[in-house]
Design a protein around this ligand. Structure first.
Ligand SMILES: C[S@@+](CC[C@H](N)C(=O)[O-])C[C@H]1O[C@@H](n2cnc3c(N)ncnc32)[C@H](O)[C@@H]1O
Length: 198
């Protein structure tokens, strides 16, 4: 079994170091927030956004059960406003789009706010940092959001960012997809760091 969310975790784990700052742009039940809190270590910090207070409450109890509540700032605001809350460079931003499983399916991420949040994330991301986006095209707004995110990411400057799309090719239905965006590390010479290329 290949889980897209686990592939996202693998990419983020490679980019984050102990002491880093990280963002969960869609906290939901808190699984990605917990993962990020574990990755950044005791000296790091995580900002977790959700527009649903109930989602943040679930995230808070998951973190508390793991003794990691102190590492996370839970923010009851849309991710499109993340620049109001964060000023420092970020090592990773995770988006898990769509609606909260088991929650109200009408409360769903939307391209009108997802794209500004993605732009804000790119500005905050430190060189060598990554953004992951898990996209669900199986519902009407999800299909439009997925198309807009893919289009936006495909247009990112190839000398500044690496962009990868991961799709499960042999699943029935419309399986989730993963997009990973890495911000390249520029050398003082103007070239790219080893391993960073498009
Ligand atoms: C698929 S769920 C996230 C699942 C979560 N990552 C987890 O591991 O449980 C999507 C979440 O995005 C939230 N959401 C929708 N629009 C948002 C916005 N503009 N800003 C922040 N969160 C938003 C929803 O309330 C929902 O909880």
């Amino acid at each position: 079994m290949i889980r897209i969310t686990e592939l996202a975790h693998e990419q983020v784990a490679r980019a984050l170091s102990s002491g880093d700052l990280a963002v969960d742009a869609t906290a939901g039940k808190g699984r990605d927030t917990l993962f990020l809190a574990q990755q950044v270590g005791p000296g790091g910090r995580v900002y977790a956004f959700d527009i649903q207070r109930g989602a943040l409450e679930k995230t808070a109890s998951l973190l508390a059960r793991h003794g990691l509540r102190e590492r996370v700032m839970l923010i009851n605001d849309g991710h499109e406003g993340m620049s109001k809350h964060i000023a420092e460079p970020i090592g990773a931003v995770m988006f898990n789009l769509g609606y909260l499983p088991g929650g109200d399916p009408n409360i769903v991420t939307d391209l009108e706010t997802t794209l500004p949040a993605l732009e804000a994330s790119l500005r905050l991301l430190r060189p060598g940092g990554v953004i992951t986006l898990v996209l669900y095209g199986g519902h009407a707004r999800g299909a439009a959001e997925k198309a807009a995110v893919l289009d936006y990411c495909a247009g990112l400057e190839g000398s500044a960012y690496g962009v990868v799309q991961i799709r499960l090719l042999n699943c029935v239905g419309v399986p989730p997809e993963l997009v990973v965006v890495k911000k390249f590390r520029k050398q003082p010479s103007g070239g790219l760091a080893e391993g960073d290329n498009c």
